[in-house]
Ligand binder design. Structure first.
Ligand SMILES: [Zn+2]
Ligand SMILES: [Zn+2]
Length: 214
């Protein structure tokens, strides 16, 4: 298979910053010589795993791209953040959010105004983002015994500039539902989805092994 063209082949520069994508690109592009069948199979299984993960992340990936293009050309130009600085939080970040906004990003001061108020295409896509980007962190915080908080700017204003505190994730979910009108997935729904994801991955690996054996 490898002919004369081999010498002229220039390995593409891999410049991706989604970790799964970078790993996948590495697996697919840098195939070292002299791998055993087992090693090849291992790489294929790994590639399939990353592809499954990437499918789950597609919308988040798109969002990162928006993030990057948005931050570059604003030098010297009047950004919406500068214009909006004088407006009160309750105006910029109303308690009643759009159904597909993220209740955690809205309180993240490291993000731009657009990122904080970003609307996903559907609430379910926002929930994918939330479960992936924030829920795991929140679960870890809960296990460390830390308080669940809402950092929504208007919630903080109403609470004398402090984060609103909750007993646990479910308590936080109820607040987000009641005050911000955002429906996050329940613990049970999250659990079911995680099980499905594991099953899907197992199926994909099985399929790879079957195909590899032919
Ligand atoms: Zn978010
Ligand atoms: Zn809140």
């Amino acid at each position: 298979v490898r002919g004369k063209e081999e010498e002229e082949y220039i390995e593409p520069e891999i410049d991706v910053y989604i970790p799964e994508r970078a790993r996948l690109a590495n697996i697919l592009c840098y195939q070292p010589d002299g791998l055993t069948d087992d090693e090849l199979l291992e790489r294929r299984i790994e590639a399939v795993q990353f592809m499954v993960d990437l499918c789950d992340k597609r919308e988040t990936v798109k969002r990162h791209r928006i993030k990057r293009t948005k931050t570059e050309p604003t030098v010297g130009s009047k950004s919406p953040d500068a214009r909006s600085e004088r407006r009160p939080n309750s105006d910029l970040f109303p308690l009643l959010m759009q159904v597909s906004q993220c209740p955690d990003c809205v309180g993240d001061e490291r993000l731009s105004f657009e990122e904080r108020t970003f609307k996903y295409s559907r609430p379910t896509v926002r929930n994918d983002h939330f479960d992936e980007q924030h829920l795991i962190e929140r679960e870890q915080a809960q296990r460390r015994g830390e308080k669940m908080v809402c950092k929504h700017p208007t919630c903080r204003d109403l609470n004398q500039g402090h984060d609103l505190e909750f007993y646990n994730i479910d308590h936080f979910r109820a607040h987000v539902q009641e005050v911000h009108h955002i429906t996050l997935r329940s613990s049970d729904q999250v659990h079911q989805r995680r099980l499905r994801k594991i099953r899907r991955r197992k199926m994909a690996i099985k399929q790879t092994i079957i195909n590899g054996a032919v």
